[in-house]
Design a protein around this ligand. Structure first.
Ligand SMILES: *Cc1c(COP(=O)(O)O)cnc(C)c1O
Length: 379
């Protein structure tokens, strides 16, 4: 389908093409200098001592859990209003998740008070997710973590380049995980990054990312090492040079593109202000990456008919998210759980198109379609 306004669109140009061709010319495809350059630049931008390029954010989250030694019998508190990978990563380790509800309709991030209430003697970690690139209440959450001796993993898949009180998201907790999937703010197709300021965790992540091996192919190629040992049960969760090259090109555009996302977000808020919609995050502190523009429809509206109407107008919309605890797999595992605010958002939320290159005209096209939809008596 040809959309008048798609949900998301890549900002790819000659920079990305040149970056990929350069890798092909160099004839070194994995764990080389381009990946190191990408890691260094990403670490620097996010105020992290260590950064590790990985295959995607799902394995980034798994590595984070493994490095923090989350294991069977442990519990990890996670938001249910997130992508399922946030929670799956915990289950890969054999530990259990406990879902925490969100703050409310104005702020779709996890409620610190809910985290506090879900803590048991088995709780080991908290995973927060910066919904849409908007910061979770990290001051309160880090206070709780200190009080109960818990570690924090930040699912910062939506939040490259975002910050709270001037401190980048991803380094508030112990480990930060980023996604470079096609529709994210920084896109490489597949790809991800793990960042930390803790040397002990960095060492573990380095090993676990590459089979638990003490030396890497690249070191051997360069004549730095001849053999290797295996110190732990590792994985192959590596990124490659082509994806890293795309990452460097995209990283150079990130600040400008996040600012454009902010500009279209502000315009949306202004243009939609008189409509009977809830526009979350209007007064959330911090510098958002503005990854998504979520709106909540009036309680009595039919979301299905709204989205169908938008489609007929050529505007692509989406839902972020069907709550994780409502999926069959999770219902079978944990039974029926009640997270009323998450469920309310799960029913009423619609994500409108947002991407850096969309321009004022397309924002207004979307706004007009929304206005027409809400005037339609059948919705
Ligand atoms: C996209 C996303 C992920 C998973 O990222 P992949 O790189 O596709 O594995 C995890 N968490 C959230 C919140 C996401 O949006």
């Amino acid at each position: 389908m040809e959309w008048r306004v798609p949900l998301a669109d890549l900002d790819y140009g000659p920079e990305e093409a040149d970056a990929v061709l350069n890798v092909l010319k160099r004839k070194w495809l994995t764990m080389g200098e381009i990946t190191q350059d990408f890691e260094r630049a990403f670490a620097e931008m996010h105020g992290a001592k260590y950064a590790f390029g990985v295959a995607n954010a799902t394995v980034a989250l798994h590595l984070a859990c493994l490095a923090l030694e989350i294991q069977p019998g442990d519990e990890v508190i996670v938001p249910s209003l997130s992508f399922v990978a946030t929670s799956n990563a915990v289950l890969y380790t054999g530990a259990n998740v406990r879902f925490a509800d969100i703050l409310g309709l104005e702020n779709l991030t996890v409620d610190p008070e809910e985290i506090r209430q879900k803590i048991t003697s088995r709780t080991k970690a908290i995973i927060v997710m910066h919904y849409g690139g908007y910061p979770c209440q990290m001051e309160e959450i880090t206070r709780i973590a200190r009080e109960y001796n818990l570690v924090i993993i930040e699912d910062a898949a939506h939040a490259p380049g975002a910050s709270l009180n001037g401190k980048p998201l991803g380094i508030w907790g112990d480990i930060g995980c980023f996604s470079f999937f096609s529709n994210k703010n920084l896109s490489t197709g597949e790809g991800g990054m793990v960042i930390t300021n803790r040397e002990d965790l960095a060492e573990k992540i380095r090993l676990l990312r590459s089979h638990g091996m003490t030396t890497l192919t690249y070191d051997r190629h360069r004549g730095h090492a001849f053999s290797y040992d295996v110190l732990s049960l590792g994985y192959n969760y590596r990124i490659d040079e082509i994806h890293s090259a795309l990452g460097i090109a995209q990283l150079q555009k990130l600040s400008r593109n996040n600012a454009l996302r902010r500009q279209w977000t502000d315009l949306y808020r202004q243009e939609l202000a008189d409509l009977p919609l809830v526009l979350p995050f209007t007064s959330t502190p911090g510098e958002s990456a503005c990854h998504l523009f979520p709106v909540l429809l009036p309680a009595k509206a039919s979301r299905e008919r709204f989205m169908q109407f938008m489609r007929e107008q050529g505007v692509q919309t989406s839902i972020h998210y069907p709550p994780i605890h409502s999926f069959s797999y999770y219902r079978e595992k944990y039974g029926h759980l009640s997270l009323p605010r998450t469920e309310m958002v799960g029913l009423r939320e619609v994500t409108l198109p947002l991407y850096p290159t969309m321009g004022e005209e397309k924002v207004k096209t979307v706004v007009q379609a929304v206005r027409k939809a809400l005037q339609n008596a059948e919705i």
